[in-house]
Design a protein around this ligand. Structure first.
Ligand SMILES: [Zn+2]
Ligand SMILES: [Zn+2]
Length: 242
């Protein structure tokens, strides 16, 4: 339970969102379990199909990781923050809801029911597995080798799960032991800065490892010479209400 002060506009939005969209039967724990168990089952099944993997075939894993990092970045900087034909739902859920439910001043859940506003809906895991990971894995299976196909599937789902788990952790209360681990605290600060409405359209789009932010030059620095951002530190209490 968060004890931090929540700005009034965020508190109002949260109340309204919970009333309208979080049904009485919704369970944050079940949502988290479905995402985790569903993904782990798909990963386990794919790995169980591997046979005598050659050293070069293992390169599929880092290659999918890099690809995943760029896709995460482009998807977040693009349709999640800009209205795009056919992808309006992503914009709505992310910019209009996730970013209003959580800001840099109020980044943490208040209860397990707030998990609904962080994890992708279960149907998206099924869509991701069926419509994206499976065809691409099948293509690698047919064009390169069966091992590369299965490694592709396992890594892609592994990346999806890493994204979900890390984003889930970024929104834990800051005093939670997991949120306080040094690496997690660093990644959390990266995401917290992105949740500042004045920075969300331009900085810190990676949720996992901020590799693409570094590659594309979108990592926010306190002294970024943008001319529009205030040069304050990206710490929660350094930000004041306008
Ligand atoms: Zn977030
Ligand atoms: Zn965002």
């Amino acid at each position: 339970m968060a004890t931090h002060t929540i700005p009034e506009r965020v508190a109002t939005f949260r109340e309204e969102y919970r009333r309208k969209y979080v049904g009485a039967r919704y369970s944050g724990r079940a949502h988290f379990a479905f995402t985790s168990v569903g993904s782990l089952a798909a990963i386990g099944f794919s790995l169980s199909r591997l046979e005598a993997v050659r050293p070069l075939e293992w390169l599929t894993v880092p290659a999918v990781f890099l690809l995943g990092n760029v896709v995460e970045f482009l998807g977040h900087r693009g349709p999640m923050h800009h209205r795009r034909r056919g992808l309006r739902l992503l914009f709505q859920r992310h910019t209009e809801q996730h970013h209003r439910f959580f800001t840099h001043e109020a980044l943490a859940y208040e209860s397990a029911r707030d998990v609904k506003m962080v994890l992708f809906p279960p149907v998206l895991l099924l869509f991701f597995l069926g419509a994206i990971a499976t065809p691409l894995a099948a293509l690698s299976f047919a064009l390169v080798s069966p091992n590369v196909g299965w490694l592709f599937a396992a890594s892609a789902v592994g990346y999806y799960l890493t994204y979900e788990w890390l984003h889930f952790c970024h929104h834990l209360p800051p005093e939670h032991p997991v949120a306080r681990l040094p690496l997690m605290a660093r990644l959390r600060r990266h995401h917290q800065t992105h949740h500042d409405p004045s920075k969300m359209q331009r900085y810190n789009f990676n949720i996992t490892v901020p590799l693409s932010d570094w590659l594309f030059g979108t990592t926010w620095r306190p002294a970024a010479p943008s001319g529009v951002d205030h040069p304050e530190l990206p710490r929660p209490r350094a930000e004041l209400e306008p």
